[in-house]
Design a protein. Structure first.
Length: 147
């Protein structure tokens, strides 16, 4: 009887390790390809009831293309504005994605979660002006993407 209680947890551990390397994070090889934003949501840190979705409310667009060679291209479109292109390198470490733009000295870090063909990027240290006449304020950014 005692042997049965020991083999069940051991079997569960073997099955879990077969499904995932460490159970957390995103494998960088799984990012390769083009991802398109379905939502880009900024939420006020001071007042979490205040948020804006740039895709739904402003018709903005965002496309990430991750290369097999650890490079990325980001294209951001916003109605009435010039298209923004950014290139750089990326590193995935566990559940953190670090983007290092070619034209900037500082990197950007995002929490990253992948579920099949859905990808979620979250940054807690963003600034955003929720009103055209207001100053930027601390905000959380959540970007949902699909491929």
């Amino acid at each position: 009887m005692k042997l049965r209680h020991l083999t069940t947890p051991a079997l569960a551990l073997i099955l879990m390790s077969a499904c995932s390397d460490d159970g957390t994070g995103v494998d960088p090889d799984d990012l390769a390809g083009t991802w398109t934003a379905t939502s880009i949501v900024f939420t006020s840190v001071a007042d979490p009831t205040v948020s804006v979705d740039l895709v739904a409310e402003e018709q903005a667009g965002l496309t990430f293309t991750f290369g097999d060679d650890d490079t990325y291209t980001l294209v951001f479109t916003f109605p009435g504005e010039e298209i923004e292109n950014e290139t750089g390198t990326y590193v995935v470490s566990g559940s953190t994605l670090t983007l290092s733009p070619s034209d900037q000295e500082e990197s950007d870090n995002f929490a990253i979660v992948r579920d099949g063909n859905s990808l979620t990027l979250t940054a807690n240290d963003e600034d955003f002006a929720f009103d055209d006449e207001a100053d930027e304020e601390p905000a959380t950014l959540v970007v949902m993407l699909t491929r």
